[in-house]
Write a protein that binds this ligand. Structure first.
Ligand code: LRH
Ligand code: MN
Length: 392
């Protein structure tokens, strides 16, 4: 029988080390192909995005970095941007390349049949490594919209050769402490073939490149019904899980708040992470949010999302692994399932509120943020200029 106080202390100790990275683009205007809704007080540049990201860290204590997306977060001096973030108590994290918004990329970027276009795309990826050097960011995250819309449109094998060549060129440029994170996605914006559609394709390319190439699991990038925690387990087992893009979805790549649509799935994923002892930084898994708050206020939504990941993690840390392990080995199906469900059905909100108080934070981060008046302040201050958004 476990000592409840010892269990609680162990869970709190692990949660204190948790770090969840925020996406700069979640603070800008976003939407769908039908409409990008504007919201008052939205940041107008990466400096203001970092200010907003710092608010999330201020109230949660577990969001010490903001991922940037180039050119959405292009600035004259990236070292200065990193210094500004640091003055707000956070750091610039993962650098996301963007080779999906230029007319030249209609038939693809690094997989494009036209070598001129491929060279242009590789040049951008290399520019992103320069940004990493300036900000001190360890990770380059690559997601390619590349694919085809009709069978026969292009030679899908030749496209893999082009992709491999481009990744190799960028891999060579990485510094000793830098990594490349290759994100896969089943479909969209391509609707027949996507050049990096699944974890197997990403893993094969990463293994061909070398130890600094890792796979990113975006929870919205799978076919309905896919057992994502199985993929997570396999990538951890292979030592190739570089990171997560957490969000949730009811249908496709909905980019909703993590845990909002399927908190049980997020718990099952975090159970595999905890089981592999991969929660802490030494394991090298970057826990990132990748979301768009199309209709809801963005900063409280980010705070809520971080809390959802914390809650799923706390529940995973509460799994009585001894009872679970014994039931599994005994083939006691119901006892094994019950061991997991007992943890999942535990209300961890009091434990998290207690932990926040112990860390000098408000027990309810959303309420504390809303009471701070920061939301009203930025609406009043951020007059003029052009609000950041996907098409910025
Ligand atoms: C692609 C994606 C990728 C980002 C983009 C903002 O769907 O998940 O991670 O570059 O969203
Ligand atoms: Mn993503």
């Amino acid at each position: 029988m476990r000592d409840p106080a010892a269990v609680k202390d162990a869970v709190k100790a692990a949660l204190r080390k948790q770090e969840i990275e925020l996406p700069s683009w979640a603070f800008g205007n976003s939407g769908t192909r039908f409409k990008v809704f504007s919201q008052p007080g939205v940041p107008r540049d990466p400096y203001e995005k970092a200010d907003d990201a710092a608010q999330v860290h201020k109230y949660t204590g577990v969001a010490p970095s903001m991922a940037v997306h180039i050119p959405w977060d292009k600035v004259g001096d990236y070292t200065e941007l990193a210094a500004h973030a640091a003055s707000n108590g956070i750091r610039i994290g993962t650098v996301n390349a963007n080779v999906f918004q230029d007319n030249d990329y209609k038939l693809g970027s690094v997989c494009n049949p036209d070598p001129r276009v491929r060279r242009k795309a590789v040049a951008h990826l290399l520019e992103c490594v320069d940004v990493m050097d300036a900000t001190g960011s360890p990770d380059l995250k690559l997601w390619f919209a590349d694919g085809t819309n009709y069978p026969g449109q292009d030679d899908i094998r030749a496209r893999q050769d082009r992709l491999a060549d481009a990744l190799h060129a960028v891999y060579q440029r990485l510094g000793p402490d830098q990594r490349m994170l290759l994100e896969y996605k089943l479909f969209e914006p391509s609707f027949y073939s996507t050049d990096v559609p699944d974890w197997g394709t990403s893993l094969l390319h990463c293994q061909a490149l070398g130890p600094k190439a890792m796979v990113v699991v975006d929870t919205g990038h799978h076919a309905p019904g896919v057992n994502i925690e199985f993929i997570v387990m396999m990538l951890l087992r292979a030592g190739r899980l570089g990171g997560f893009d957490f969000n949730s979805r009811f249908y496709a790549d909905d980019d909703l708040m993590a845990g909002a649509a399927d908190p049980f799935q997020l718990f099952r994923i975090m159970h595999e992470v905890v089981r592999a002892d991969a929660l802490g930084r030494p394991a090298g898994v970057a826990f990132m949010l990748d979301q768009c708050h199309n209709i809801e206020p963005k900063i409280p939504a980010q705070i809520r999302s971080v809390m959802n990941v914390q809650e799923a993690t706390a529940k995973a840390l509460l799994v009585d692994t001894e009872v679970l392990g014994q039931a599994q080995l005994a083939g006691d199906v119901l006892a094994a399932n019950a061991a997991l469900m007992d943890a999942y059905n535990t209300d961890v909100r009091p434990l998290l509120a207690e932990l926040r108080k112990e860390r000098g934070l408000a027990p309810d981060p959303v309420a504390a943020y809303l009471a701070s008046g920061y939301g009203e302040k930025i609406i009043a201050e951020r007059q003029g200029g052009s609000p950041a958004g996907w098409d910025a």
